[in-house]
Design a protein around this ligand. Structure first.
Ligand code: MG
Length: 376
């Protein structure tokens, strides 16, 4: 089974309010679209990810590795069709079709659909209706509706790719969803249990419900790092990967980059993974004279391996001299390059210690760092 997920994000979603379509609106620190993509990017059984965007949004979409952006059509059905046609000549055997407005889909819901696709050509998650149903008119109840046999449909809806592609090609008219198109083509659609948290952002109040769920499930870690290196002979100091001219250098086993060491230890700290010395023992001669970006890259990779996103890094260098200010932007850029974070998530600042203590006597430089890591 080779599985592609198609995320349909070409609509304009006017009912959710706000100045921009709902998929681009902020939600729990990211955008709706980022949360929805992450659900499928991180799922181990999904091989390809196709994002169907409004043609107006396509030029602005930053190419993200592993996300294939495709232009949508005039209707939801036409957008899905474009996503399916994009996969037509591939080795993909099954497809999940998902609304971008459902950012809280649990991995278990995706698994339930995929498990059923092992045996059936069309599968959709749904929840039985439990509330009483009424007919109403002008604010008055005019009748009741038996809820037996009624379901609330969710996505992702899963299909055999060849079967749903043929169904779409034979059904050019708009449809409510892909289940309608599948049934029109004679496919049997199997219902698997949906999830109450798999809500669809439709009205303004849905943002708050989705945020409560996403914040509540997030794993947030904070780590600190502290490092000191002593001055010795030299003509520059390495600070955050930038060679800053100075009449002395910093001494250490590696390049003595006190800034990168503190940042690295902050990330290890957030992960409860010890410190640089544990991962790169000073007793091991292979790390002698190392460039310290190696350590920071290792910590960043370890965070990614444990499925944490680094939210931000904050570093304070403590020294009387050299002056850090003129180099802070260059240091921020280097740390951004090493970590893959946006520069606005990296803070590099400095303070003196008012000529007090070892930093005040210019015997060395100290650095203190904080890292915030989030597992969505
Ligand atoms: Mg150090």
């Amino acid at each position: 089974m080779i599985v592609a997920a198609i995320i349909v994000a070409a609509g304009h979603g006017a009912r959710a309010g706000g100045p921009i379509p709902k998929q681009w609106q902020p939600l729990a620190g990211r955008r709706v679209i980022d949360w929805t993509l992450a659900r499928f990017q991180t799922h181990p059984r999904i091989n390809r990810l196709v994002l169907v965007l409004h043609p107006d949004n396509l030029p602005d979409w930053p190419q993200i590795p592993g996300v294939e952006a495709v232009a949508g059509g005039a209707t939801r059905s036409a957008s899905v069709r474009n996503g399916l046609e994009h996969l037509a000549q591939s080795d993909v055997t099954h497809v999940l079709i998902h609304d971008v407005a459902r950012p809280c889909t649990a991995p278990g819901t995706i698994d339930a659909v995929l498990d059923a696709l092992e045996h059936y050509d069309a599968v959709a998650p749904a929840l039985p209706v439990t509330d009483a149903l009424w007919h109403g008119q002008a604010g008055r109840v005019t009748g009741t509706q038996d809820r037996a046999g009624l379901y609330r449909a969710q996505t992702p809806q899963g299909f055999d790719l060849a079967a749903i592609l043929a169904a779409h090609r034979g059904h050019p008219a708009p449809a409510a969803d892909d289940v309608e198109i599948a049934r029109a083509a004679g496919l049997d659609v199997v219902i698997v249990p949906g999830d109450e948290t798999n809500l669809k952002i439709t009205h303004p109040g849905d943002f708050a419900r989705a945020e409560a769920h996403l914040w509540g499930r997030m794993d947030i870690r904070i780590g600190n790092g502290y490092d000191v290196h002593r001055f010795g002979p030299g003509d520059h100091v390495m600070l955050c990967g930038v060679a800053v001219p100075h009449e002395r250098g910093l001494q250490g086993h590696s390049d003595a980059d006190v800034g990168l060491h503190a940042l690295t230890d902050a990330i290890y700290g957030a992960l409860a993974e010890g410190d640089i010395g544990r991962h790169f023992p000073p007793s091991d001669p292979q790390w002698k004279g190392s460039e310290s970006h190696i350590f920071l890259r290792h910590a960043v990779a370890l965070a990614a391996e444990k499925k944490f996103n680094i939210s931000n890094l904050d570093l304070t260098l403590v020294c009387e001299r050299p002056k850090i200010g003129p180099h802070a932007a260059a240091m921020q850029a280097v740390v951004a390059e090493i970590t893959g974070l946006a520069p606005e998530r990296i803070s590099v600042k400095a303070t003196t210690s008012e000529r007090l203590g070892f930093t005040g006597r210019e015997e060395g430089i100290a650095a203190i760092a904080t890292a915030a890591l989030i597992k969505p």
